[in-house]
Design a protein around this ligand. Sequence first.
Ligand SMILES: Nc1ncnc2c1ncn2[C@@H]1O[C@H](COP(=O)(O)OP(=O)(O)OP(=O)(O)O)[C@@H](O)[C@H]1O
Length: 537
Amino acid sequence: MNLSPQLASLDDLVFDNRFIRELPGDPETANFRRQVADACYSRVNPAKVAAPQWVAYSREVADLLDLSRELCASEDFTQVFAGNRLARGMEPFAMCYGGHQFGFWAGQLGDGRAINLGEVVNRHGERWVLQLKGAGPTPYSRNADGLAVLRSSIREFLCSEAMHHLGVPTTRALSVVLTGERVIRDMFYDGNPRSEPGAIVCRVSPSFIRFGNFQILAARGETELLRRFVDYTIRVDFPHLGEPSPAVYADWFQEICRKTAEMIVHWQRVGFVHGVMNTDNMSILGLTIDYGPYGWLDNYDPHWTPNTTDAEQRRYRFGQQPQIAYWNLGQLANALFPVFGEAEPLQAGMSAYAETFDREWQRMMAGKLGIADDRPATDEDLIIELLVLLQKAETDMTLFFRRLASLDTGGDRPDWKTRIAARLEDCYYRPEQLSADYLERRDAWLGRYHERLRQGGLPDVERRRRMYAVNPKYVLRNYLSQLAIDRAEQGDFSTVDELLDLCRRPYDEQPGKEHYAAKRPDWARSRPGCSMLSCSS
Ligand SMILES: Nc1ncnc2c1ncn2[C@@H]1O[C@H](COP(=O)(O)OP(=O)(O)OP(=O)(O)O)[C@@H](O)[C@H]1O
């Protein structure tokens, strides 16, 4: 193994491709669309592209892979992460998985436009799977082209990294490159096809295994392969649990449930709406995966979803994400049943989800409010009333919690209420909604909250520090990504870099960058890309 801190060439990456070494693959190697039974993957090469061009990279992810800045800026880097050249040790393949989409079993899905390049083991012995998204068709592409456009690739790249820096479990993104080719997409707002620049993101994760990988094997009755796959996942991704056994299976499922609950609590904390929580978009490691029609809450609205495809039913709306994760875990439990052979450990996992979610959600909300002691359950009324108030008048969630931290509780500040009211003023999108009744109710809440903080006894400075650490100042607001995309489509990638840099320190004051913390401007309220998105990407 190369022990020098950074690699001189991508050919020096150390690969240990366990997935394809230890699991059965599709014997067919030609690249045509098909159903793939009795196998976990198909070998497939990325398509060669005409004129790759470097757009952006994440230096933190490069560090995980021991890649130097110079290497990431090299022509070879662009060629490799556009899929034009395989570095030594890369053995590309697409995974076979299925899934429930919008509540219905959809059969085989699989990596239709994702191609795994291999599993890197870095100098710390950590395993990182590299995956290109948009690198051409695979056996799982069904009736689609295997490609991705610059717009969606920038959104995936920026949001993966923004989520990581916010402390939300997520897959990562190393790079975005343009392919130099055009891709046709139907635009949902006018229904007309549009030709857009093609692009490829290199995603990086300890594992890309999804609930759907287990589901497809169960649905096909491939129980022995399912057991093998479960054992593989435990050995590779949950080695701390020990060698697979019935007891370890039970612990494993509980851990999946707990990790999923923790991820969802983080989403609710920062106002992230995934948009397509199908079971094929649920990671076995509880990582946020597939940044498609996701969005960030501007005004706090639990009914909001950014996904136009879900505008009617709103299955994947912000406020329903916790229940959907539970439902998805139920589907995973069904798939695992033939291997577990009994329902009890699966039910125990489901209960662990509910308990973890309830406990962590209370704790998270208490943290957002800077309530210091360990009696969050007694604060439930306070929290519920706040969430009602935030909806009654359109209130910017991110700004509100950040501003709330500035509330004074010291006895030398009798004017605390006027001061906080003034600070909250520009959190509201429609000042006309601030009726006398509303303000009276809000001020009553502020009074209760103020009292609660005084009881807690934390000095203001310390409370503020804690609140700032969990309430981000900067999130990747939908309209900000769109600004970066508009410029990138004109060949100017500087805003992508600027936003990436901004998102590196989301909880810090960043002098000179305050405009990025401003609430959504009026022009962005209904502009496509800034509020609603389609799955067309
Ligand atoms: N342009 C495309 N070409 C081929 N397959 C596609 C394309 N877009 C989506 N798919 C496939 O459709 C299924 C569900 O789509 P979804 O929107 O979740 O995928 P995605 O964004 O491409 O994938 P991922 O979950 O890997 O980020 C997946 O099997 C995916 O690979």
